[in-house]
Design a protein around this ligand. Sequence first.
Ligand code: ADP
Ligand code: MG
Length: 404
Amino acid sequence: MRIIVQKFGGTSVSSPEARQLVVGKIIKAKQQGFAPVVVVSAMGRKGDHYATDTLIELARSTNKNIAARELDQIMCCGEMISAVVMAATLQSKGLEATMLTGGQAGVITDMNYNNARILKVDPSQILRLVKQGKIPIVCGFQGMSPEGELTTLGRGGSDTTASALGGALNAELIEIYTDVDGIMTADPRIVSNAKILDCISYGEVCQLAHQGAKVIHPRAVEIAMQKGIPLMVKSTFTDAEGTLITNINNGDTGGTAVTDRIATGVTYLANIAQIKVDILDTNDASFKVFKTMAESGISVDLINVHPGKIMFTVNEDVAEQAVIKLEKLGHKVEMVKDCAKVSVVGGGMREVPGVMASFVEALTMNNIQILQTVDSHTSISVLVRKTDMQKSVTALHEKFSLFN
Ligand code: ADP
Ligand code: MG
């Protein structure tokens, strides 16, 4: 049996017209000889009736401190509504479709409400339906704990559901349908001449996603990579080919390199604060700084350690808390709010000389102040002021010839 997992995001299922297009994609997969297993997100985006954000707002407007457990119960409703409506749409076309909650589909998670992790997937119910020629319509973003508690997987969790099901079902392909034609060289909302990528490695897309590109959840990519299942990101609204995510050059480079391009994409993360700590040069002072952050559950990024000084970044919403903790250790602490991290990702920049020079040149030519940098074999990131974020993304996109 050739199973294909087809995941449809919020905008793809938000209107009757869009759902007709979804039906078309499912029928096409069947015609190609696949047995489709469908995963849906909640309908629409913030402000739409049954969107997840609308449900959260309803719950929080009643009690802003609503318990995580109850919040998860209401958050599960968005996908349930969406899956029922999608199943009904398919049934109205004479197709046999069965709606399944995450739990019914066998998605077993831990009990970490709002951000649960999938422990295992029991594919037996889905396989039973598929063997009967039925199309399972699975609620994305949700699972069930071994104790029977409903849980949600965190933002973008429907992508993770799709990959986890794909892995458990040994799918031939996982398709992620959304409102853009594929993975692009930058967020099209920021860079108008961003280009669709035909293909990209798992490693590169993981980095892009971790560094802010919200087009696919990094966890979904990791799961597909582990199982060696190709992912395809494409549009519900067009017939464009989309972007194939797979192991490109999977020889000694671990699947991260793409030989013919130095840079693959530019991405950004807003709402970051920079923290600079003056430390006395005792052996364990820097260790204590990071230990304190870890014990406070604050994740740190863009780390530079120098004699007498440590710089790193944190999410803006925990910045004040971080400063208080560090001052308690007796250090002089400076915080710069309203920063953004802008990154260029590319498997092909490995050992290519001059990439950092081009990177810095692009920013300085545009009078953008660099607050901090960090690089790896396959990415360079810079911290800039939030007001320079858009300009930085555009300048780097241009410099690395990523435009159309
Ligand atoms: P869905 O609801 O289908 O999951 P998302 O909003 O999660 O859709 O993801 C699609 C959006 O991701 C696009 O509308 C686009 O604005 C944004 N995006 C950010 N970075 C990129 C990128 N590099 N390539 C394509 N889209 C991107
Ligand atoms: Mg998404």
